[in-house]
Design a protein around this ligand. Structure first.
Ligand code: GDP
Ligand code: MG
Length: 293
């Protein structure tokens, strides 16, 4: 018998959803930072075995949308509710329910199994942990609760084994050696965006979109030409920095990760362009892979 299904991870920003998916897949597919809204798209992470295939999806954290990009991000979250065979609802220790109450109610009404993952237990005391488990048991009666640490891989295997038990019977959706649904270029853009998130302050990272225009893979070296899009001229100056130093740092950090990800030498050219109001412009958002209705 072969089992397969979609296992969707939802929860507030920053609770550790991307960390968990990467732990399951064993690759750094989703970028991770301590900043909210790091994950903008829905990303599949595929784990296959002889007789199973689990398609995890990592989603942006749940927020109240303020501009078109954020609405599109929330559409990814909604779609994660709709096609799940199993839902992983992740919370972190000390947290009390989702910021958007409507999402929270939907969890209790779901027909599919819900595993509530209480993450970051490495940061808690035993007494507090027990109190938290009791709290969530009452809040989400239908969920099975697992205290875990995604970062330290504590109890993540237990969760994975439970997923395999709950997985419905069915054929594989993707070739068994495929890790994700996203093209390689997507990961180039994401890795560069991660470095920008880490390096710049305030609103800069949220005003940025990254697009790889050239992706040429020769056997020994990968040639990349990537544009960093900002909304305003002033942001362009900040990204580039004095004598180009800031942008150079982004390039160096990104290249190191890209070489690890692709397992080969990478030649990376970075450019900065002003693209006014890309976050609010539907046509632009579609170009960057955000589905809008
Ligand atoms: P997401 O926004 O839900 O996808 O969260 P991320 O996976 O990007 O993680 C947010 C932050 O929490 C990062 O700094 C992670 O390193 C950290 N984090 C994730 N899991 C754990 C954990 O089990 N323990 C601790 N201490 N930190 C964690
Ligand atoms: Mg994330």
């Amino acid at each position: 018998m072969h089992k397969s299904g979609f296992v969707n991870i939802i929860g507030n920003p920053n609770v550790g959803k991307s960390t968990l998916m990467n732990a399951f897949v064993g690759e750094k597919l989703s970028i991770i930072t301590s900043k909210a809204q790091t994950t903008r798209h829905r990303i599949f992470g595929i784990v296959s075995g002889e007789d199973f295939q689990v398609v995890f999806s990592d989603t942006p954290g749940i927020i109240k949308p303020q501009y078109a990009l954020q609405s599109s991000m929330m559409d990814f979250v909604k779609s994660a509710f709709e096609d799940a065979d199993i839902l992983l609802y992740m919370v972190e220790v000390g947290e009390k329910e989702l910021k958007d109450e409507a999402f929270f109610q939907r969890i209790n009404q779901l027909k599919v199994p819900v595993l509530l993952l209480l993450n970051k237990v490495d940061q808690t005391q035993q007494a507090q942990l027990e109190e938290q488990v009791a709290y969530w048991k009452e809040k989400v009666p239908k969920a099975e609760i697992f205290p875990i640490s995604a970062l330290h891989h504590f109890q993540t295997e237990v969760v994975f084994n439970r997923i395999l038990e709950l997985l419905p019977e069915g054929p594989a959706f993707f070739p068994k050696d495929q890790l994700t649904d996203k093209p390689e270029r997507f990961f180039v853009n994401e890795i560069i965006r991660e470095k920008i998130l880490l390096q710049y302050q305030k609103e800069i990272p949220y005003s940025v979109e990254v697009e790889t225009e050239t992706f040429v893979d020769s056997d020994t070296i990968l040639h990349l030409r990537t544009v960093i899009m900002v909304e305003r001229e002033s942001q362009k100056g900040i990204i580039i920095g004095h004598k180009g130093e800031a942008l150079k740092k982004v390039g160096i950090a990104a290249r190191a990760d890209l070489e690890k990800f692709f397992g080969k030498q990478v030649h990376l050219e970075l450019f900065v362009k002003v693209n006014k109001d890309w976050r609010s412009n539907a046509r632009q958002l579609r170009r960057f892979g955000y589905d809008l209705k």
